[in-house]
Design a protein around this ligand. Structure first.
Ligand code: IMP
Length: 180
């Protein structure tokens, strides 16, 4: 059932599931080499459905945590990030897998990555469900991308418009009348 605010479905649930299965295998194979339970850190709130689907397909012990952060206001990236909800698990000497819903400008992610490395993370691996490369304003790329999409505003599977649509089980494009 398609929500009445949605113009078209860009990525359906079965595509998201297959993508999560593949990403889960990547995370598992890395941990077979390191013998370490992967530490997955979801960026709130958009990563919640992606994290939930991804960990269902991981068959080895895994640790999860969540971080809520945003860049300081302004056009230029400040190099600092404001933390609204910090990690409960230490990232010291750990490989941290950042789980993100979408990378657009890349500002928040760049600052979070720098912060985790400054805190002593051994490595930071970025996993994003969606990538909008045309929106990039800073130099950062994900290590693992589910789907590369055009520069359109999308909702669903964690992504919101005014806090709505996060619960849709697919990624869709909003009808213009919703936001115009
Ligand atoms: P950025 O990469 O620092 O610009 O920020 C990425 C964040 O912006 C994501 O985690 C989303 O919360 C939000 N965002 C970017 N593009 C979209 C979109 O198309 N729909 C909904 N949220 C978006």
């Amino acid at each position: 059932m398609i929500d009445s605010g949605i113009e078209k479905v860009l990525i359906n649930f079965s595509q998201i599931q297959s993508c999560c299965e593949k990403m889960a295998k990547t995370i598992e194979s890395y941990s077979v080499d390191t013998k370490e339970a992967p530490l997955l850190v979801g960026l709130l709130k958009g990563s919640v459905p992606f994290m939930a689907e991804l960990i269902k397909h991981i068959t080895i012990p895994v640790e999860i945590d969540f971080l809520s952060a945003h860049s300081y206001e302004g056009i230029q990236s400040s190099g600092k990030v404001k933390i609204d909800k910090d990690l409960d698990i230490s990232c010291l000497n750990r490989t941290v897998w950042i789980i993100e819903d979408i990378i657009d400008t890349g500002r928040t992610l760049l600052e979070v990555k720098q912060m985790l490395l400054e805190r002593g993370a051994q490595d930071v691996v970025i996993v994003t469900l969606l990538d909008k490369p045309e929106g990039r304003k800073v130099q950062i790329e994900a290590d693992h991308v589910g789907f590369t999409i055009p520069n359109a505003f999308v909702v669903g599977f964690g992504l919101d418009y005014n806090e709505k649509y996060r619960n849709l089980p697919y990624i869709g494009v909003l009808k213009p009348e919703v936001y115009l």
